[in-house]
Design a protein around this ligand. Structure first.
Ligand SMILES: C=CC1=C(C)c2cc3[nH]c(cc4nc(cc5[nH]c(cc1n2)c(C)c5CCC(=O)O)C(CCC(=O)O)=C4C)c(C)c3C=C
Ligand code: FE2
Ligand code: FE2
Length: 374
């Protein structure tokens, strides 16, 4: 009897206003976020989380005092479990959640998976684009804790899937609906300029990209794939970045400046989150409330925010395809390709499969056993 455990990873969010500060401490104490040696990082994390907590509490207060990220992720894992069960990939299939900075966290997930006694574990970050600060950090935490707690099942890792067909279809369909709503607004307002699509992704410090983080190039790959699938001739679109925190220079253009520019141009906006797959503070507060207000103040004639993919059937089928291909790879599947016609192809172009034992084969995921914790 075969047993398959699928572990999905996400950031996690505070489940009460009291949890905001310790959640922020966990985030800033992560070497993938602040790459300094442990005692300095710990002191800085205490300082920054203390200073950021009132701002962050005010953010979560606007959406009922907690993040909906865990509920949304639970809905996704339920949907994924149902699809995987239909496919009969194993006799018993369990789908587990491991959040990075708040409960249910990696340690609890490792223990749950251990009790499940899997033959195979598939690690599936709910981040389509790979970044060391998100998937990299989660995968590394998993490997370290799983090793420490003696979870020794065969482990396969999906590193990234920026152009995965189901994900792109879900985003393209949702964006087309958003475009439809914006075009209706264009008619009502008698505007001449068509809607502009802003693909808005969470930003990253510029230094991360300079050190080789593939996130930005994969975000752009997603945007291009969605544009191609929508097939809207002469569509005005661009990628921009939101949610900057801290004093470092982040990648741009930033979403706020693009909203101001759209106001000056008198152009309706369709804003599409493409690096988040669920709703949380960065979408419900930042995109809807803060940027919605900014758009009104700056005279953007129509502001449509496209929902994240959540449990869109195409997205969940796409996740199930990634799991199936991790378990039963066929030629052309991701990072394992070292020879033949697909040699040299980036794993992200095909949806990646990385064996935990062969991390070095994946150009995107540093081997956590070889990366020293600063
Ligand atoms: C693609 C997703 C994300 C990337 C890349 C990312 C990088 C990153 N984030 C911070 C700092 C913060 N992020 C915060 C919230 C937050 N971040 C993501 C996703 C990515 N972060 C999500 C989904 C959330 C929302 C969590 C929720 O509400 O449930 C926060 C806390 C909120 C706040 O204070 O504004 C911080 C802080 C850094 C520094 C960083 C890259 C280095
Ligand atoms: Fe973040
Ligand atoms: Fe990869």
């Amino acid at each position: 009897m075969s047993r398959l455990a699928v572990v999905v990873f996400n950031l996690g969010g505070p489940d009460s206003l009291k949890a905001v500060k310790p959640f922020l401490f966990n985030l800033f104490n992560d070497p993938a976020i602040i790459g300094l040696p442990a005692p300095v990082r710990w002191i800085l994390a205490r300082l920054i989380s203390g200073r950021r907590a009132p701002v962050a509490r005010a953010i979560y207060d606007r959406i009922g005092g907690r993040s909906p990220l865990v509920e949304q992720t639970k809905a996704q894992t339920d949907a994924l479990a149902a699809v995987l069960a239909d496919r009969g990939l194993a006799d018993e299939i369990g789908v587990f959640i491991a959040m990075r900075y708040w409960h249910p966290m990696t340690r609890a997930a490792v223990d749950e998976v251990k009790r499940f006694k899997p033959d195979t574990v598939v690690l599936l970050p709910l981040y389509p684009q790979h970044s060391g600060s998100t998937s990299g950090s989660s995968l590394r935490a998993w490997v370290e804790i799983a090793e420490a707690r003696g979870l020794s099942a065969e482990t396969l890792t999906v590193c990234c899937y920026p152009t995965e067909a189901g994900f792109v279809t879900a985003l393209a369909n949702l964006t087309l609906e958003g475009l439809g709503r914006a075009r209706a607004g264009v008619e009502i307002h008698g505007l001449t300029a068509g809607p502009r699509v802003l693909f808005s992704a969470h930003g990253l410090p510029k230094t991360s990209i300079e050190k080789g983080d593939p996130y930005q190039s994969q975000v752009e790959m997603t945007a291009r794939a969605v544009i191609e699938q929508m097939d809207q001739p002469d569509l005005d679109w661009l990628v921009c970045y939101q949610s900057r925190v801290g004093p470092l220079e982040w990648i741009g253009p930033d979403t706020e400046s693009e909203i101001v520019r759209a106001g000056a141009d008198g152009v309706p906006l369709v804003v599409v989150p493409l690096a988040f797959v669920s709703e949380h503070s960065e979408t419900l507060v930042e995109l809807d409330l803060e940027y919605g207000d900014l758009a009104r103040e700056r005279g953007v004639p129509v502001y449509v925010r496209v929902p994240t993919v959540q449990t869109h059937a195409a997205f969940i089928e796409g996740l199930a395809d990634l799991v199936s291909r991790a378990v039963n790879p066929t030629e052309g599947d991701g990072c394992l390709i070292e020879a033949g016609p697909a040699q040299g192809r980036l794993c992200s172009q095909v949806g990646a499969r990385v064996c935990a034992e062969t991390w070095s084969m994946c150009p995107h995921v540093p081997n956590p056993r070889q990366t020293k914790t600063p």
